[in-house]
Design a binder for this molecule. Sequence first.
Ligand code: NAP
Ligand code: MG
Length: 503
Amino acid sequence: MVASIKPHRDELGLGDGRMLIDGDWVTAADEATWSHVHPATGEQVAEFPVATPADVDRAVKAARRAFDEGPWPHARAGERVRVLRTIADLVREHADELMKLQALDNSVPLSFGEIYAMSPGFVADVFDHHAGWADKIAGETLPPYQGGDHMVLTLREPVGVVGAVIPWNAPLVLFAQKVAPALAAGCTVVLKPSEYATFAVLRLAQLIEETDLPAGVLNVVTGPGDPAGQALISHPMVDKLSFTGSRAVGQKVMVAAAAGCKRVSLELGGKSPSVVFQDADIGTAAAVTMGTVTLGLSGQVCAAQTRALVHRDAVEEFLATAELIGTMVSYGSPFDPEVTSAPLINTRQLDRVLGLIARGQEEGARLVCGGGRADGDELAHGNFVAPTLFADVSNDMSIAREEIFGPVLSVIPFDSEQEAVRLANDTDYGLAATVWTSDVRRAMRMTKAIKAGTVGVNGYQLEPNSPFGGFRQSGLGREGGRAAIESYTELKTVLLPFTDEMM
Ligand code: NAP
Ligand code: MG
């Protein structure tokens, strides 16, 4: 049995959660709650409210009032900078506590939480990055094109009430990627975290309450996608939807947005390639590719490169190293410093991943390692899957087409650069890619040819200030950078005549 998580819960003083609506911490209208089951141990962690559509309505109306009548949309830029910087400071101050709460949510090992892109340091940097934008959201002055003496100005105004929905795999980072630009732009927010990762988000919202942000500007409603999420995305008083999650739910968000012609940003899934040429450092390429698919979140990462396209001459060397990395995965309590990887978030995902692994074998891929639940009676209460490596995969197999969201890497051989490009782009998605090569000209050709939102050369990392998002069915819009902040604004054109009536 994996060591109980309850002593950590008690040490943190985590009790049942409440929702944040209009500055008050409240239960659901009907007092309904959801009990969170820890994915590594199967223990009940604590409860939180299941928002009814009436609760969501109250939260949206609070955000609407805070936007239409409250001071935040008109706050001086300096005031917004100060609030966002204070949030960043609070996140750094409470980093340890936030990481532990996240481990109680989704069992991300504390050892992995220290990796920059998963860390509270990254979360704080996202708030700092957007604090930097808050006083630089500017319009333009355009030359008059025709007519008499006049001026044309553009203004960037906050888009309004934002309905944000995030998944469970990186709740703190994804909260920041939505809330930071929304607040920096002067919007108000209703956010729904995943029912599988609620407690770290509630604590972060509590920290934000310690700042001078007016009540009603940030609201958090908890509970499952249906009804809480559905009520939020279809609420007519929401101006913009900002969603991170699966393609299937992203499509529902677009449908809901269509009803009110709402603004919409989507960060969806991927089936990203790691393209390994024979002139690359094959060992490093294999270690990093297999590592990102099996260590930490066990492949439950949107940008995970789960298709390794490997030059045929390098396949054997690649497989040998990748298999070795698979043996380094160690499962257990996320609080154990020796543990490297997480269980799958719930039994539904466990069944789905095991089903896709079985399909891979049925469709003719060669199983190199893994292929089922992780061994050991002590792991039986958690959703652990053995690191799985498939060779001889062809790009039309299910394991090469579907986002698995588990520790499964598919190795697909290629013979030419042209074939590598074709395979890399032969997917519905387009979120991320890495090109492994020592030839700089090849690297440049490949980065231009691959249809993906972020393409790394000989590595891949997330940066808090760089745009991140997807081509094609991986999403709409970007998080981070100018594009992100502008997506929380409306652009207004002002025509200003210099006529005699004007003083
Ligand atoms: P999901 O099932 O799409 O859920 C995402 C969020 O949507 C959760 O809060 C979920 O609530 C909510 N939801 C479900 N049904 C809804 C509905 N009808 N209306 C409104 N909200 C609804 O995704 P997931 O399984 O949690 O997360 C994994 C997916 O997220 C993967 O596809 C991954 O690639 C993607 N992802 C993308 C990025 C990126 O930046 N591109 C980052 C991380 C993850 P409940 O969970 O409470 O049901
Ligand atoms: Mg889901």
